[in-house]
Design a protein around this ligand. Sequence first.
Ligand code: NAD
Length: 497
Amino acid sequence: MRTVGHFIGGKHVKGSSGRFADVYQPMTGDVQAQVALGTKAELRAAVENAKAAQPAWAATNPQRRARVFMKFLELVARDNDEMAELLAREHGKTFPDAKGDILRGVEVVEFALGVPHLMKGEYTEGAGPGIDLYSIRQPLGVVAGITPFNFPAMIPMWQFAPAIACGNAFILKPSERDPGVPMKLAELMLEAGLPPGILNVVNGDKEVVDAILDDQDISAVGFVGSSSIAQYIYERAAATGKRAQCFGGAKNHMIVMPDADMDQAVDALVGAGYGAAGERCMAVSVAVPVGKTTADRLMEKLVPRVENLKIGPSMDPSADFGPLVTKAALERVKNYVEIGVKEGATLAVDGRGFKMQGYENGFYMGGCLFDNVTKDMRIYKEEIFGPVLSVVRAHDFDEALRLPSEHEYGNGVAIFTRDGDSAREFAAKVNVGMVGINVPIPVPVAYFSFGGWKRSGFGDLNQYGTDSVRFYTKTKTVTARWPSGVKEGADFAMPTS
Ligand code: NAD
């Protein structure tokens, strides 16, 4: 059986703990590989390698650093199909969706090519008599990233591309559920010319994560995953003085106004609600039609669409979505559906009984659709992370605005309307980090930045975009005066301009 170890100092390392986690093939239910669960000592070895390699990398001029990423992009293009297939087989998402996972990461690598410009500092001539001031951005040193299972290509690239482009060395702790692609990305970075030790991968679970959090040589941690772990990482990282940005779970609402194009809204809801089996942090999990007529029209069109979703193995080109990532995830989602029924929501479409012919042990379920969901229900309050959409009927615009604004998560939200006024007011007032206007999954392009609010994001800087350059660098400000500008005598008062 295939085993996945670690990648430390540019070399594959088997792993010494004797502890392994199974990596499933969700479409068949088989165990396809085992991933080594790392130790504190293995993390330490990665840190030592990173520390040794980082100063020379930081001293490499930024244009040369960018060139490594240019080569990396060529290699990703060369191996794209192979990587997308590996991703689909480990995660369960469809092959085209796996390609999208890689591409949205690639876009951030493309952004990072601009690092010579992005790292430029500021300069003021004559800030005082004979005094010039300038600020420079310097890398932090060794930084780490802990990533979730649901985007095993995109999120590692969101983190390591800006971090490394800025001159840091990076330690990646990917999800133990689909470790194949992150490892492949590290191999390609080495092949592209990255010096050994600048990108290390240490696989594992809480033991490695805690070792990262407590390590005094790691200056910053980026985390993406569920909210309770995000908060834990944020607090423990801060306790050792690290910078941290930790992104968590979500409950993304899509408001459907009475004037919305209903066919477009329904297309958006099935794609954004059920794509990737709902295992996206930006998946729409709550639809909010405004007014009874809108709700009835929406349900009339939505029910047959959900009933006719095509579920299939990841490599089936006609599948709308594939299996869930593990049996435990499947059972958890089905349990939420049961909870919703008990709470009194109307289960308009029940996909729990779906069986995939020829793949009876795969982790499949059909789409589920709840109507008449209310604010107090657990299926509304908690993240389900599966192909389950809840319809919460709002009486008016104000109630529709309050729902996502008052929810504990604040990742993404969308409004479907033809009315510019309501869209503008909604975007201005809603208490959520990323807003779509007739766009159901408003993941910003790479030169903006990605980040949710409230329990969807801990920390003050977003992922990628110029925020990532700020996160992975520290600013040094130099105040300079040359001897000809120095007046005679000591100055005991606070200097003022
Ligand atoms: P997860 O929280 O279970 O795992 C994320 C990472 O944390 C993994 O690397 C895992 O090994 C590690 N981890 C798990 N338990 C830990 C513990 N007790 N202590 C220390 N480390 C631990 O999340 P997941 O199931 O892999 O991913 C799905 C979640 O990620 C969803 O909640 C989803 O909304 C969220 N997500 C958020 C974003 C975002 O940008 N906000 C993006 C993608 C996914």
